[in-house]
Design a protein around this ligand. Structure first.
Ligand code: BGC
Length: 371
């Protein structure tokens, strides 16, 4: 962890703790000999995660449990259940405020529906960090920590172009279809807009043909990020447009949906080795699919790095400092530009998988096993 210098407030807090007869060194973090200016070193930190529709959310829960414990905090990690998810997440966040959490980290199920709970948090002096997904239409979100999602979209768009040239077996024009994520997730539009920055000029100049004509984000959306919704839309697109044509590529915003799209294309008798399907998240099954020559690409957004960065921010707040950010322009939530710490995503195809997963033994095993 970054060594933090003593602030006047930290000195005052030590004095206050000494007066109260409290131990100032709970938590035992480097740089924390002084005790806490922001809040107690063993304070409760709430982690509110959405449903488990992607592996990254499942991984994040365990990493937060371990990381917060190691940092000396008391972690309160909650997932919103699969049904009634928005209301349950609202209740969980309210309960975290009531139970005295000092920071609440939120992977929002619906980033537009947390206004009431975040007002409650602000009134209680609780800091809010939006994790992976931006929280919209409220001033009560203090920080955002995520992989650069617009860059994720651009990398997906570029991977689609690269894959088309590599494996379609013919020159442009190429027939493609577009998918986006759930409309209640702020990331969905960011991924899609990033990809379209790369793809739109190629649609305009005729290199790419969206045979269905469905290029609007509302038409391409996948409600709830549910694989079955992507699969049934792909079934309909193929039946209506590709009975006598090849589909050369599909922009898929994540791995879970990519595998559903691939299943649909296979069932319709398409030669998947020639179809370029993008993805995101480096899910185990998708890495296997990439190595088997089916899915074309994914994105490595290493969850352990994102959790580590989030915990660093919490430690800075605990010390009474501002959390470190590296972007103060991009993430306007409709009310304010939320100061953000963005990490760099990495595109992964079969060609660079060994290098991309060099630090991830599980995924590296899959790559090596595929030879
Ligand atoms: C995350 C993706 C994930 C998707 C579905 C997005 O907000 O950034 O990594 O695949 O949600 O869970």
């Amino acid at each position: 962890m970054k060594k933090l210098t003593l602030t006047a407030a930290a000195v005052a807090a030590v004095a206050a703790l000494a007066l109260a007869g409290c131990s100032a060194d709970r938590g035992g973090q480097a740089g924390d000999e002084s005790g806490s200016a922001g809040f107690a070193a063993d304070a409760t930190i709430g982690i509110a995660l959405p449903d488990k529709t992607s592996e990254n959310w499942v991984l994040a829960g365990g990493l937060f449990e371990d990381g917060l414990r190691e940092a000396g905090f008391t972690g309160d990690v909650q997932y919103a259940p699969a049904s009634n998810t928005v209301a349950e997440q609202q209740n969980q966040i309210s309960a975290m405020v009531t139970n005295g959490a000092k920071v609440i980290v939120i992977g929002a199920k619906d980033g537009k529906q947390l206004g009431t709970q975040l007002q409650q948090a602000a009134d209680a002096g609780v800091k809010i960090i939006a994790y992976d997904r931006l929280i919209e239409n409220t001033e009560n979100v203090d920080y955002y920590v995520a992989f650069d999602n617009f860059e994720v979209g651009k990398l997906q768009g570029q991977a689609l172009l690269d894959g088309l040239a590599e494996r379609s077996g013919h020159e442009a024009p190429w027939n493609i279809e577009l998918f986006s994520g759930s409309p209640d997730d702020a990331n969905s539009a960011v991924f899609f807009n990033g990809a379209m920055e790369v793809l739109q000029p190629k649609i305009d100049d005729g290199t790419l043909v969206v045979v269905s004509g469905q290029t609007d984000i509302a038409q391409t959306a996948t409600q709830g990020w549910e694989a079955e919704n992507a699969q049934s839309r792909m079934d309909s697109l193929l039946a209506a447009n590709y009975a006598d044509k090849d589909v050369d590529g599909v922009l898929s915003p994540n791995d879970n949906l990519a595998r559903a799209i691939i299943t649909s294309a296979k069932q319709a008798g398409k030669d998947i080795a020639k179809v370029t399907v993008t993805g995101q998240d480096s899910e185990v099954e998708s890495v296997k699919s990439i190595m088997a020559g089916e899915q074309y690409s994914t994105i490595n957004k290493d969850t352990s790095l994102l959790v580590e960065q989030t915990i660093k921010m919490i430690q800075q707040l605990q010390q009474g400092e501002e959390a470190e950010v590296n972007d103060t322009e991009q993430y306007d939530n409709g009310v304010k530009v939320v100061p953000a710490f963005l990490l760099a995503p990495v595109i992964v195809t079969k060609a660079n998988a060994a290098e991309a997963y060099a630090n991830n033994p599980n995924l590296l095993d899959i790559v090596n096993a595929a030879g």
